[in-house]
Write a protein that binds this ligand. Structure first.
Ligand code: PMP
Length: 410
């Protein structure tokens, strides 16, 4: 049997990482993976994280490597729900929100997929076209059927909003819609607040299940609250119609990439106090069954770091400042890249780089241009033309602009 197993191609993103590791050209610019870098191109440990680590290590009573409960660290799951839903909504809906810790955002999506496959196996899961490459794989691995809804219009570099809304209305009742909570990956393009209102309204009217994937909260605007707009709107508007699932990652906004800190939250529709009181424990037990059979209990160290930040108002404020630091630097780099391209008179319009938000820009460069950027300029992007703006800094942005200019022109 082993002799017949086909070898799969390398993962597109992690393949870039390998090629970069084997490339000794300088300058070399990594605009591939979505990980924040400081202005020297180095990974950044958030000051809030450093302070939380110091606090954890200093507390000899709680600093240990014991197992966490199956559902995760309460300081994390509780605090994480507040970050997403806001204090008011979290308090008001507390008996309807069931939260478990997950292996970062991917693990939260995996829990969501397993839960849906157990209790809603016939539903189709709708993904934006395009979306994060792993979405399809995660849902299909659990036997869920996936389909796409229109999202990005390559010709106008804008949202295909009318078609998106029509797709929500036309999908069979009770379908699952995977929505990027903010800072859409890969396009960097989000619906406006008015558009979200219409989308959520249509989701409510069709009895669909909304699944928000929140991997970049804080990265779109620098504000956690602003970036939670769509999730909070969804929870309010779907209150009497359908469950809201939220997959939350702290990989980017707390820089916890490799520590795998995240949460899965399920908000049960309000069915009156009595029903709420029986549904929540049942859902919680099912989510814990999923966690128990797969990871037994979630990883502790990163959860303690984020839980400590969320439990301490001083550290929470520091974290908010850290997010502003990251979001503003990315904003500056968007402007710097656009301005350089304008200065170089690079053919085309580059305003979309500034208009898009979050970590990424969908540049509009073709796969052939991306290939030349890598081969001739040692500038690495995903072949779709998605550039991680966090990889730009004052020292390389001009070089990158000149490289873009060269591949666009010739
Ligand atoms: N969803 C989206 C849209 C993402 O872009 C990512 C990370 N690239 C994730 C989920 C999950 O990331 P992680 O598992 O590292 O939290």
């Amino acid at each position: 049997v082993l002799n017949e197993i086909p070898e799969l191609p390398a993962d597109a993103l992690f393949g870039i990482k390998q090629r970069i590791a084997a490339d000794d050209r300088t300058p070399l610019v990594d605009l591939g993976i979505g990980a924040y870098r400081d202005d020297e191109g180095k990974p950044w440990i958030l000051p809030a994280v450093r302070a939380a680590e110091a606090k954890i290590h200093a507390d000899t009573h709680t600093y240990n490597h014991e197992y966490l409960p199956i559902g995760g660290l309460p300081a994390l799951t509780r605090g994480a729900a507040r970050v997403l839903f806001g204090d008011d909504l979290a308090d008001e809906s507390s008996e309807r929100i069931v939260s478990v810790q997950s292996i970062s955002g991917t693990g939260a999506l995996h829990i969501a997929a397993k839960f849906l496959a157990s209790f809603f196996p016939e539903r189709t899961v709708y993904l934006s076209d395009p979306t994060w490459a792993n979405h399809k794989a995660i849902f299909e691995a659990q036997g869920m059927r996936t389909a796409t809804y229109p999202y990005w219009d390559a010709a106008t570099k804008s949202l295909r909003f009318a078609e998106y809304l029509a797709a929500v209305k036309e999908a069979p009742e009770g379908s699952v819609f995977v929505l990027h909570a903010c800072a859409h990956n890969p396009t960097g393009l989000d619906p406006t607040q008015e558009q979200w209102e219409q989308l959520v309204q249509a989701i409510a009217e069709s009895g669909h299940i909304a699944l928000f994937d929140s991997a970049y909260q804080g990265f779109a605007s620098g504000s956690l609250d602003k970036d939670a707009f769509a999730v909070r709107l969804g929870v309010e508007k779907l209150r009497h119609s359908s469950p809201v699932l939220v997959c939350q990652s702290f990989a980017k906004n707390a820089g916890m990439y490799g520590e795998r800190v995240g949460c899965f939250h399920l908000v049960i529709p309000d069915q009156g106090e009595e029903t709420n009181a029986t549904v929540a424990p049942a859902v919680r037990s099912q989510l814990q069954r999923i966690v128990r059979s797969e990871v037994s209990n979630p990883p502790a160290y990163g959860a303690k770091i984020v839980g400590t930040i969320l439990d301490d108002p001083v550290l929470t404020n520091q974290w908010h400042d850290d997010m502003v630091t990251m979001a503003s630097r990315i904003g500056e780099m968007r402007r710097a890249l656009r301005d350089k391209l304008v200065e170089l008179k690079t053919p085309g319009n580059w305003d979309h780089i500034v208009g898009q938000c979050g970590m990424f820009s969908f540049t509009g460069l073709s796969p052939a241009m991306v290939k030349r950027l890598e081969e001739e300029h040692a500038v690495y992007l995903v072949s779709s033309g998605r550039a991680s703006i966090a990889g730009l800094n004052a020292g390389n942005v001009e070089y990158v602009a000149r490289a873009f200019d060269e591949v666009v022109r010739f």
